[in-house]
Ligand binder design. Structure first.
Ligand SMILES: [Zn+2]
Length: 141
């Protein structure tokens, strides 16, 4: 029998299956960004699947499931980067405060290659150095 559920119903069911941690972090995240970006970010976080914005969702996943820190006020340039570059992903982090930092990865096959585009050499929250594994790497002893 063919299901007669609408795409909206299916989308709602998909959202409802997301873990509580994801929904809680999404709510916190949206409250901490500029009001000017809230509608666009909500759309990216809740209208699945959507290739654009996968970096923003990766950031939320890192906060929800890998204890990546989230500051009280999320700097607007960080959010704007994900909104203007659909290839941006949070592969770098701040050495001091640990916030996830977006880069555009290199399209070459070698994952060790430098990113194609590094947006923030300095953390927009605390002005410390940014790079891969600087925060988590310094805490693995
Ligand atoms: Zn920082």
């Amino acid at each position: 029998m063919v299901s007669e559920r609408s795409n909206k119903q299916i989308g709602q069911e998909s959202t409802n299956r997301l873990p509580d941690e994801w929904r809680n972090v999404c709510e916190q995240f949206v409250k901490r960004i500029s009001p000017a970006h809230r509608t666009a970010v909500r759309r990216i976080l809740h209208d699945r699947p959507c290739a654009a914005g996968s970096g923003l969702r990766s950031w939320i996943e890192a906060v929800a499931f890998r204890h990546s820190p989230l500051p009280v006020r999320i700097p607007t340039p960080l959010v704007r980067t994900y909104l203007i570059d659909p290839e941006a992903v949070p592969l770098h982090e701040c050495e001091q405060c640990g916030i996830a930092i977006p880069v555009r990865p290199n399209r070459s096959a070698d994952p060790e290659d430098e990113p194609e585009l590094v947006y923030f050499n300095e953390c927009p929250v605390c002005h410390s150095r940014t790079g891969p594994f600087l925060y988590r790497g310094s805490r693995i002893v």
